[in-house]
Structures are given as structure tokens and as C-alpha cells.
Write a protein that binds this ligand. Structure first.
Ligand code: FES
Length: 155
């Protein structure tokens, strides 16, 4: 859940017209620290935008980058589309399980990482690939994956 003051800041900076809703929800999600939009924040957003709560939920469920479920500080997106699939996506998930002890749809106990399987994010030429925030990492093997994870862990 995001502090009211921060929410007000987000609404003031973006405006509260329907065309701003996606951007606002993404900012709320980023400010949550756990990459999700809480029910309370969704309710307050609905009030501010003069919309029904079900419309807010509709938008959140339409966009795969938005979530109502608490995730973690970093969401590791693992591509499940064909190019990555052919090029050993399963191995990637296995390596992530070995390094982090979690499967897709789970968060580490310290809430630093959450693994999410997503559709192609355009890095097919360097499959298998993952995405963390705006950063894409490809051609991964156990060594490079471990290095990337450690870098985020230390950040
Ligand atoms: S198929 Fe995996 S990034 Fe495109």
C-alpha cells in the first residue's frame, strides 16, 4: 500500500483523466515497493478518477504488467513464447529455482524477487531472455544468470 501523500503526488503530477489511468497505476505499482496495486490504492484511485472500482480492476487485469497480487521489489519476467521456449526456457526456470529457491508465480522470502512468466518482450534474437524492470538480459547461462541476480541483490 502506498502512502496517501505519495498517491496525491502521483495524481497531481499526472492528472486524473481516464487517458492517464494506466500511467498512474504503473506509478502506484512502482511506489508500492512490491510491484502491485493494493485494493486500498485501487479504491482511492477509483474515487479520484470518478470511476467505479470494477473499471479500475478491469484495467489492471487487462495489462499483464499490472498486478493486484503482492510480488516483490524486482519482478523477473521469463519469456514463455516460442523462440525462448525452443531455446531452453525450461532450463532458465530450473536455474532460477536453483539460485532463488522459487518457481514462476512465487516470491523469495525476503521479497526481493518474484518470477513471472510473460509473453514475448521482443528479445527473441537473444533467447532465452529475462526482463527485470526495463532491463533485458539474453543468451543466459547459469554463470551470467547468477551474476545478474547477485547484482540486483546487492543493489
Ligand atoms: S520469444 Fe522470447 S523474447 Fe521473444
Amino acid at each position: 500500500m502506498v502512502e496517501r501523500e505519495k498517491l496525491e503526488e502521483i495524481f497531481a503530477a499526472n492528472g486524473t483523466t481516464e487517458d492517464k489511468l494506466l500511467g498512474v497505476l504503473l506509478e502506484i505499482q512502482a511506489a508500492s515497493g512490491l510491484n502491485y496495486v493494493s485494493q486500498e490504492d485501487a479504491e482511492y484511485t477509483a474515487e479520484k478518477f470518478g470511476m467505479t472500482l470494477s473499471r479500475i480492476y478491469e484495467v489492471i487485469s487487462f495489462y499483464s504488467m499490472l498486478s493486484m497480487k503482492q510480488r516483490a521489489k524486482y519482478v523477473i519476467e521469463v519469456c514463455k513464447s516460442s523462440a525462448c521456449h525452443v531455446r531452453k526456457r525450461k532450463n532458465l526456470l530450473r536455474m532460477l529455482r536453483d539460485i532463488l529457491g522459487i518457481d514462476a508465480g512465487e516470491a523469495t522470502e525476503d521479497k526481493v524477487f518474484y518470477i513471472e512468466e510473460v509473453n514475448c518482450f521482443g528479445a527473441c534474437d537473444m533467447a532465452p531472455a529475462i526482463k527485470i524492470g526495463n532491463d533485458i538480459f539474453g543468451n543466459l547461462d547459469r554463470k551470467s544468470l547468477t551474476e545478474i541476480i547477485n547484482r540486483y541483490w546487492e543493489a
